[in-house]
Design a protein around this ligand. Structure first.
Ligand SMILES: Nc1ncnc2c1ncn2[C@@H]1O[C@H](COP(=O)(O)OP(=O)(O)OP(=O)(O)O)[C@@H](O)[C@H]1O
Length: 127
């Protein structure tokens, strides 16, 4: 049996309106993350600070590339971590050992990205 959402998507076909809605949902997702997650707000402050510092110190093109890569990795991992938390909480609201492991591993992804971002920041801004 075909999944209901999959069937509905095929029935609708392509539309510019639907594509624009996808962007809107993605933007809502970003806002939800910033409003709900303390870590995302810390990432926002760090991102704005690094961008300001980069402009003030006049980073070279290749240094900006590393900075953008680091910033993107942190936001992507935080978004996936947050999405996993929502799905896990919806599917298993009670305490569960596997949910704990899944959330810990997802948080580890953010930690790895944040460590990489810190190394990039030290490399490009160290006098
Ligand atoms: N349903 C659950 N069952 C067991 N342990 C859980 C459960 N939910 C959360 N935990 C534990 O609490 C930790 C924090 O989970 P929570 O959902 O509160 O995320 P958070 O506070 O937003 O953390 P993060 O900083 O990773 O975003 C998890 O990494 C996990 O160890």
């Amino acid at each position: 049996m075909q999944h209901k959402t999959e069937r509905r998507r095929r029935d609708q076909g392509f539309s510019i309106q639907a594509r624009l809605s996808s962007f809107r949902y993605a933007f809502y997702g970003l806002m939800t993350m910033i409003i709900d997650q303390h870590n995302a707000r810390i990432h926002l402050v760090a991102t704005l600070s690094v961008l300001a510092l980069g402009l003030l110190t006049g980073l070279k093109s290749f240094e900006w590339l590393w900075v953008f890569l680091a910033i993107s990795l942190v936001w992507i991992t935080e978004a996936l971590n947050t999405a996993l938390e929502y799905v896990a909480d919806a599917a298993v609201p009670e305490t569960n050992e596997l949910v704990a492991k899944a959330k810990d591993v997802a948080a580890a992804a953010v930690l790895i990205a944040a460590t990489f971002a810190l190394m990039v920041a030290l490399w490009v801004f160290w006098p």
